[in-house]
Write a protein that binds this ligand. Structure first.
Ligand code: ATP
Ligand code: MG
Length: 329
């Protein structure tokens, strides 16, 4: 297994790439010139000796020589093209190896670190909860404990997202195929996040179809809904409303979450499903999200045959739509 290398690995790869490329071009030019030279020389020598085929004039000899020279040149070109193709593949593989090793090392690190962080976080959570239940604990310390517990929960969520990401990359994240009611799940999720909505002075209006039968992995869909709704709440000004609407049409069940927050520019919108992307980092930094929620949600929904799409206008708001296939009868 290759050792993780420092940043100079790119400088070395750069130099090696340039040298290899120059070397290959030089070899090709020299080889093709040499072969052309040998061909022309042998024809000219034959002409100088006057060894023409019986009955052949000088003019006919030149035409025949040029014709055969053309075919030899074509054969040489074919061989060179083949050599360039094979050489190019080997060359690309060798120059990409350090980058591939680094990416693999990074992924291993994310997987190992998130795995290792789970136990201390679980212990901290239990400690905070035990302390909060302890009646001997001074009341003044309770807000501090509650805030600590919230932070531990947030970090646990981030670590879980990182672990999910590692499992997705290792093709280990398995999805189950269940039947459930997307409309009911959306209502439940809105209910669970009522505290967050109230804290931000935002009202959630759940409506639309009473039931929206869907097929997919309910746990992942719940996670996607919670992230989309949390995003909408966190980006809504106090006093605003967030609308959650369920719908069924054409064999598809969907839920739209509409907020009236600051919205996003087309440029930001293009990247929100990228891993670790957070638009307007100064604003997002305060909340400390990891920028993984939408990337994981879209991956999961697409694997279930559904999708997650976004539409947004700066100063007007954002609409996120989750779609899932309806179960086959
Ligand atoms: N409703 C919205 N209004 C404005 N910006 C949004 C909205 N939803 C998402 N975004 C932008 O898209 C980014 C990516 O969202 P995503 O949910 O993937 O990550 P996050 O919320 O920052 O972190 P987490 O991984 O904890 O969910 C957010 O940081 C935010 O900038
Ligand atoms: Mg989010």
């Amino acid at each position: 297994m290759a050792e993780p290398r420092g940043p100079d690995v790119f400088a070395r790869a750069h130099l090696r790439l340039a040298l290899l490329f120059a070397g290959i071009v030089v070899i090709l030019v020299v080889v093709s010139s040499f072969i052309t030279y040998l061909n022309v020389r042998s024809d000219l020598q034959a002409a100088a000796r006057g060894v023409f085929t019986p009955g052949e004039t000088e003019q006919e000899f030149v035409t025949r020589s040029l014709g055969s020279f053309r075919w030899r040149l074509l054969a040489v070109d074919g061989a060179i093209i083949l050599a360039v193709g094979i050489g190019g593949l080997l060359y690309a593989r060798s120059t990409l190896r350090p980058i591939r090793d680094n990416v693999a090392a990074q992924k291993r690190f994310i997987a190992d670190a998130s795995h290792e962080l789970r136990t201390p976080l679980a212990i901290m959570k239990t400690d905070f909860e035990v302390a909060l239940r302890d009646t001997a604990f001074p009341d003044e310390a309770r807000p501090l404990l509650r805030s600590g517990l919230e932070e531990v929960d947030r970090m646990t969520g981030m670590v879980d997202d990182l672990l999910t990401l590692s499992r997705i990359d290792a093709h280990q994240e398995q999805l189950v195929d269940e039947r459930f009611d997307l409309a009911a799940l959306a209502r439940q999720t809105a209910h669970k996040l009522a505290g967050l909505a109230a804290a931000g002075g935002v009202t959630v209006q759940a409506g639309g179809a009473d039931s929206a039968p869907a097929a997919g992995d309910e746990r992942h869909v719940q996670r996607a809904l919670a992230n989309v709704l949390r995003n909408a709440l966190e980006h809504s000004p106090p006093g605003a409303a967030v609308e959650v609407q369920a719908l069924t049409a054409g064999g598809v069940s969907s839920v739209t979450v509409t907020d009236h927050g600051e919205g996003m520019t087309p440029d930001e919108l293009e990247h929100i499903f990228d891993r670790f992307y957070r638009a307007d980092s100064s604003r997002s930094q305060e909340r400390g999200g990891s920028g993984l929620g939408l990337a994981i949600a879209q991956w999961a929904l697409r694997r279930m045959g559904g999708d997650l799409v976004a539409a947004s206008t700066v100063g007007v708001g954002t609409r996120m739509t989750i779609t899932l296939p309806m179960p086959r009868a």
